[in-house]
Ligand binder design. Structure first.
Ligand SMILES: [Zn+2]
Length: 427
C-alpha cells in the first residue's frame, strides 16, 4: 500500500503548465524525416536534451543515423532491480497538403482545451507527459527502488531504426517493463496486432493490346490472388475468431500494380505485375503457417492459371508457351504482443488510471505495431501502451490533443512509475 500522502505529494509535483509549454515547443519543431526538404528529428532531440539536462537527469544522445539521434534520459531513483522504461518518439508524419489544414501544422495553436498541430496527438504531447512524469517523481523526493529510463527515439513512423538501435546498443538489457507513450485515449493497452507483409511478383509476357494472344496476360493471376487472399482471411476468421481486444485478423491486398515499373499504357498488355499484401494478426495465429499459406497460394494460382491458358489455347488451336511465374517475397514479420493482465506493469497502470480518473481502467489493444513490438519480441519486455489522444486522429489533418486528457496522462504515467518502483511493491 502506498500512503495517500505520498500519492498526493507526487501528484502535486506534476506541473501542468510546464507540460503544455513543453508540448507546444515540441509541436512547433517540424521533425518530419525529409532529407529533401532538410527536416529531421535532431532539433526536437536537442530540445529534449536541454530540458532533461536542466532537470538534473543523466542524458545522452546516440546518433542512429546522421541527424537522427535517440535521446536517453536516465534517472536512478534508488536501489533495486527494476528498471522501467518510458518510450516516446520525436518524429512525426508529414502534414500533407498545408492548404487542407485549418490550423498551422507547426503552430501548436490552443483553442479552448485543444492543442492543434502535427504530432500534438502522435506523440509529442505524450512524450512531454512522460518527461514531466519523470521530473515530478524526482522533484517530489519520494524514495523509490530502481530506475527509470526515458527513451526519446527517432523513426517510429517508418522503419523503427531508433528502437532497433536502442536494443542493439544494449540499452534494453536491464529494462524490466516499458510504458509505450502513444495516443490510446486513456486505455491501458496490453496487446498489439502482428504483421506479415509480402510482395507477389507476377511475370507473364507483354504484348500489343490489339494482339494479346502473342503475349501472356498476368491479369487473371492477379485476380485469382486477390480472391485467394479473401479466402485466407475467411479461414483465419473461422480458425482464430475475433480477439476481445484486437478484433479480427486481416489479409489485405494494398498495392496492385501492372506494369510493376514504368508508365502504364492503354494499348500495352503488361508483362509484369506486383501485389503487396498486408496481413495483420492476432494472438493464436501462427506466422510461419501464414507464410506457408501465402507461398502455397502463389503456387496454386500459378498452376491454375497455366491450366486455364492451356485449355483456352486448345480451344482456339493456339501454340504459345505458358511461362507464367509467381514469386512471393516477405518484407516484414512483426509478432503480436501480449502482456498478461497480472503483470506488475499492467497492475501499476491499472492502479494509476483508477487513482487519477476515479474510474475502472479500460483495457484495449493496439491495431498497429509500435516501438514496443521490438522490446517485446526481441527482449521479452512486458509492455503497456497508454496515452492521451483520440485513436483516429494521428496522421489526419488538423491533428489535436485534449489538454485535460494530456494532464491526466502525465499523472497516470507518474503514478504508474511510482507503483512499479515503490519499495515493497517490487519483488
Ligand atoms: Zn506514434
Amino acid at each position: 500500500m502506498i500512503p495517500p500522502e505520498i500519492i498526493s505529494r507526487v501528484l502535486k509535483s506534476v506541473d501542468s503548465d510546464e507540460l503544455i509549454d513543453l508540448t507546444r515547443e515540441l509541436v512547433r519543431i517540424n521533425s518530419v524525416w525529409d532529407p529533401v526538404v532538410g527536416t529531421c528529428e535532431q532539433p526536437a532531440a536537442d530540445r529534449v536534451t536541454k530540458w532533461a539536462e536542466k532537470q538534473g537527469f543523466e542524458v545522452r544522445q546516440d546518433e542512429v543515423e546522421v541527424a537522427r539521434p535517440n535521446v536517453l534520459v536516465t534517472w536512478t531513483a534508488g536501489l533495486g532491480k527494476r528498471k522501467m522504461m518510458f518510450e516516446g518518439h520525436t518524429d512525426v508524419v508529414t502534414p500533407g497538403k498545408l492548404a487542407d489544414w485549418q490550423y498551422n501544422p507547426f503552430g501548436a495553436e490552443i483553442v479552448g482545451r485543444r492543442m492543434y498541430g502535427r504530432g500534438s496527438c502522435d506523440t509529442k504531447g505524450n512524450l512531454a507527459a512522460m518527461l514531466i512524469a519523470m521530473a515530478a517523481l524526482k522533484r517530489s523526493g519520494v524514495k523509490l527502488a530502481g530506475s527509470i529510463i526515458g527513451g526519446v527515439l527517432c523513426d517510429e513512423e517508418d522503419q523503427m531504426i531508433g528502437i532497433r538501435h536502442f536494443i542493439q546498443q544494449g540499452h534494453a538489457d536491464k529494462v524490466t517493463a516499458a510504458v509505450i507513450c502513444e495516443p490510446e485515449d486513456g486505455m491501458v493497452c496490453t496487446s498489439q496486432k502482428g504483421a506479415v507483409r509480402a510482395r507477389y511478383t507476377l511475370t507473364g509476357r507483354m504484348s500489343h493490346g490489339a494482339m494479346p494472344l502473342s503475349g501472356l496476360n498476368i491479369a487473371p493471376a492477379v485476380a485469382r490472388l486477390i480472391d485467394g487472399l479473401h479466402e485466407l482471411e475467411l479461414e483465419a476468421f473461422v480458425q482464430s475468431g475475433k480477439d476481445d481486444l484486437l478484433g479480427w485478423p486481416s489479409f489485405t491486398a494494398t498495392v496492385i500494380q501492372a506494369p510493376s515499373a514504368g508508365p502504364p499504357q492503354l494499348n500495352v498488355m503488361p508483362g509484369e505485375a506486383l501485389l503487396l499484401v498486408d496481413v495483420r494478426t492476432i494472438p493464436g495465429q501462427s506466422h510461419p503457417d501464414i507464410r506457408n499459406r501465402l507461398i502455397a497460394l502463389g503456387d496454386r494460382v500459378q498452376r491454375q492459371v497455366k491450366d486455364d491458358f492451356t485449355a483456352f489455347d486448345q480451344r482456339i488451336e493456339l501454340k504459345r508457351s505458358h511461362d507464367l511465374n509467381i514469386d512471393v517475397e516477405f518484407l516484414a514479420d512483426r509478432p503480436c504482443t501480449l502482456t498478461t493482465q497480472d503483470d506488475p506493469i499492467v497492475l501499476a497502470a491499472d492502479w494509476a488510471t483508477q487513482q487519477v480518473t476515479g474510474k475502472e481502467p479500460v483495457h484495449g489493444g493496439v491495431p498497429g505495431a509500435t516501438d514496443g513490438t521490438f522490446l517485446w519480441a526481441l527482449k521479452h519486455i512486458p509492455i503497456v501502451t497508454i496515452g492521451a489522444g483520440d485513436r483516429q486522429v494521428p496522421h489526419q489533418i488538423d491533428e489535436w490533443v485534449d489538454l485535460d486528457q494530456l494532464i491526466e496522462t502525465a499523472k497516470i504515467y507518474t503514478l504508474t512509475a511510482l507503483h512499479y518502483l515503490y519499495p515493497g511493491e517490487t519483488s
